[in-house]
Design a protein around this ligand. Structure first.
Ligand code: HEC
Length: 160
């Protein structure tokens, strides 16, 4: 090999090693910087629902896309990924219920509980339910969360 060929061989070797190391470390820390939440809603649906969300003060209790009201102090569940947990029909019934606590019991004081939105127009309740149902969480996040939960409960590392 002459000098130029040696140089190329070294560069190829370094790139190969780099590639292998990267693929190994990538398996160990797969999702560090990924945001696990996403929506399947059209931009039009998202924008209408965001207006409803603001006008109906959902934001004073819930967080969504990490946007919290500065005054927020209520322990309401965050709504990111809620569409992976509930169906659109469930969400519609819940928003339409005169007493939502009959569907989802609450241990909070009355003033912190989920209010009834039965008086919201039917079109708005449908739109809101459809948007909430579009809020998804990626499968790996659910699996990681389940694993962590299991490890916490059993003290045993879950199989990788
Ligand atoms: C006064 C605070 C408050 C407001 C305002 C509020 N919520 Fe809630 N919400 C809660 C609480 C607290 C819960 C948990 C159930 C309970 O304790 O009543 C809840 C539960 C929910 C759930 C069910 C979550 C689950 O785990 O399945 C959804 C969906 C929801 N709210 C959506 C909304 C939307 C959409 C709005 C606005 C139209 C809204 N909420 C307004 C406090 C609030």
């Amino acid at each position: 090999m002459n000098g130029g060929e040696k140089f190329i061989a070294v560069v190829v070797g370094v790139l190969l090693v780099f590639g292998v190391v990267r693929s190994i470390t990538h398996v160990e820390e797969p999702h560090e910087n990924d945001i696990p939440f996403y929506t399947t809603a059209s931009p039009e649906l998202a924008s209408k629902a965001t207006d409803l969300y603001r006008d109906n003060t959902c934001r004073s209790c819930h967080s969504l896309w990490s946007l919290k009201d500065a005054m927020q102090s209520v322990p309401a569940p965050m709504l990111d990924g809620i569409g992976s947990l509930r169906t659109e029909a469930w969400l519609y019934d819940y928003l339409s219920a005169p007493n939502p606590q009959l569907i989802l019991p609450s241990r909070l004081k009355k003033k912190y509980q989920m209010p009834s939105f039965a008086k919201m127009s039917e079109a708005d309740r449908k739109l809101m339910a459809s948007y909430l149902a579009s809020l998804k969480v990626k499968d790996w996040y659910l699996e990681d969360t389940k694993k962590l939960e299991q490890e916490k409960l059993t003290g045993v590392d879950a199989p990788k």
